[in-house]
Write a protein that binds this ligand. Sequence first.
Ligand SMILES: [Mn+2]
Length: 348
Amino acid sequence: MKLSFRWYGESDPISLEYISQIPGMRSIVTAVYDVKPGQVWPEESLAALKKDCEDHGLIFDVVESIPVHEDIKLGRGNVEELLEVYCENIRRCAAYGVKCVTYNFMPVFDWTRTQLDKKAPDGSTSLVMYWDQMRGLDPLKDDIHLPGWDSSYTQDEVRELIGAYGELGEEGLWANLERFLKKVIPVAEECGVKMAIHPDDPPYPIFGLPRIITCETNLDRFLKLVDSPANCLCLCTGSLGCARSNDVTAMVRKYSAMGRIAFMHIRNVKIMEDGSFEERAHLSSCGSLDIYEIVRALVETGFDGYVRPDHGRMIWGETGKPGYGLYDRALGATYINGLFEACEKANK
Ligand SMILES: [Mn+2]
């Protein structure tokens, strides 16, 4: 496996120097953040990312993410032109050494939580989604701003988008995803890039928005849309794992054996009685997922893709971007290293 760490570029309070000091750290996962979805990434920005990483003994070879323009997902407006731009961005990334591009096909919002700083008894804080905070909220009627939602949308724009996705429905979204893949995957194949779709987070409908990258049946369908080794998953254990119906370990074993996982996001979640969930420390005993069994499945199936510790808690007084502090993600990285070393030695 190739250990990686997400970095938000120059504006990230965590320096590449600090990241490079995490044992075994190899790759930086980042993106060009100064351009809007639907625009071409400037070569200078990609060149600067590559150089910054190299200056710190790190490799810039994973992009998270090239965002998919809402009009591609909705299949409206100038889709062909937007798809061309998307393909050009893949080519440009590849020219600067990128081997894996992550993206998602979630309508409107990348992820949904009700609180970003829920305090645990030990004083650490983490992201949570509580149904009792969620129930009764109706974005079509109320002016709601859940944490993490793109604040660049006005409430009217959000209503318009929710209405448009409601009309599109799941099958419409599948059709638009297929159109996207048929255009993008051949380009990725040509330039040696693996495209890795991130599952919906959480993997069930919120506010009636269609969700399709959610469960084994749908992942099977997704992989068959374009049956290519470049059409892969970014298997996020925490996103799939907050639905009790998903057997994450079995999914990891199956898709890794098929060679269709390009990127692993490893984190733990605790599912509560009512289906709410809390993000927890990476350790298996801290949440609902058995991270040891997940790593064992990867090792036994010969996984050689990228792995990153996903969201961490805020600990030791750190403040910053919720989920993306240094300390708890570094602890996660070290734990992941330990599990891989143990499983690899046991597997010999
Ligand atoms: Mn993730």
